[in-house]
Design a protein around this ligand. Sequence first.
Ligand code: ADP
Ligand code: MG
Length: 402
Amino acid sequence: MNPRMLNFIPLVTNLLISHGSTRNYTEKNLLRCLFFRVFPCASVAIMPVFIKLKQHPARLFFVLLLSLAASACSQHDDDVFHDQFFAFGTLVDLTLYGVEPAAARQASELIEQDFHNTHGNWHAWETSALTRLNTQLASGATVIADPSILPLIKEANRLSQLSSGLFNPVIGELISLWGFHDNPLPVGTVPDADRIRELVAQKPSAADITINGNRINSRNPAVRYDLGAFAKGYAIDRAIVRLRKLGISNAIVNAGGDLRAIGRHGERPWRIGIRHPREVAILARIEIEGDTSVFTSGDYERFFEIDGIRQHHIIDPRSGYPADRTASVTVIYNNAATADAAATALFVAGPDEWPAIARDMGIKLVMLVDTEGVIHMNPAMQSRIQFEPGMDADVQLTEPLS
Ligand code: ADP
Ligand code: MG
């Protein structure tokens, strides 16, 4: 199967997960299950067509059509309100339990608006408050930070330092060099090795930034903010604050498979699937309630292949190349911004170093699938997740994290 088809999975799994399905998500089941769940909405029959389209320019249109069909269909459940929209280059899926329909629709509109505003302010390469900040910092100026990005930057810097710089929000130049600021992705080019070395040698780091009140300056001209590893989590946290202010206490905000859940799905906890990094299937399931975020960073999200080598979007700031020993990392934590930054940092840390970085970041539940297929996790994580039947899990347990 063409790996690009995997892009489709968050959409399908989101639908199934937020409806509480616990089926096996094999490829066949994903299609069958989706079809039966939303049947008789005939427009869902476009899905196989969509899959054939792969990189067709009309792909977005088909995704939109499908998500509209799916969300329209899903309104039939009396207790569950379900809505979807695009932001941060992905499908954001909102599930509310036990909220009166008019109030749910209003909440959904507000959240969609928030996501669009924040995405506009935080964009790393289209003109935004963040790109303006980058240009000013590069000139050596002291900058009055835009209030829409100041708290985000402070928190990103703090988490970066906790992660020993493995989550590094200021390597925007490197990420751009690799082409991960482009749509569609470049095919067939690894950047010039000398240029990568040069950028790594400049060592842009959160420690180069000084913040005094709302004034920011950088002592390193190579600093370029790219909050791609963290902004989605931060936006999800804001959405949860918004929901709580509206008196909503049972909800999931899910952006492309990364989510924060509060409360419960009625009488039972929320059920979440964790994607297999190499198969179109769910690897494991977890039940969550109260207030929990589940974030996964994977090498399947944005990548291109050259000579059979996967060049993906999570860059090791120490080498300047994609971190090459990890396929995916799942982190469970209460707030989404920390979970997002940690998933990226632990991905870069890889199968040997992740426990030390997890301890430094205060993360207590981690599962890392390495590129050999070995699943590394701490005992507390093992007791929380359940592998799908038929998943041959080669598990390597570490020492407890706490
Ligand atoms: P996803 O957004 O696909 O869930 P991540 O949260 O790991 O995955 O974010 C990956 C994005 O973060 C990349 O597209 C890039 O913009 C940025 N990035 C890549 N490597 C790093 C890194 N080491 N530290 C911080 N940000 C990174
Ligand atoms: Mg992340």
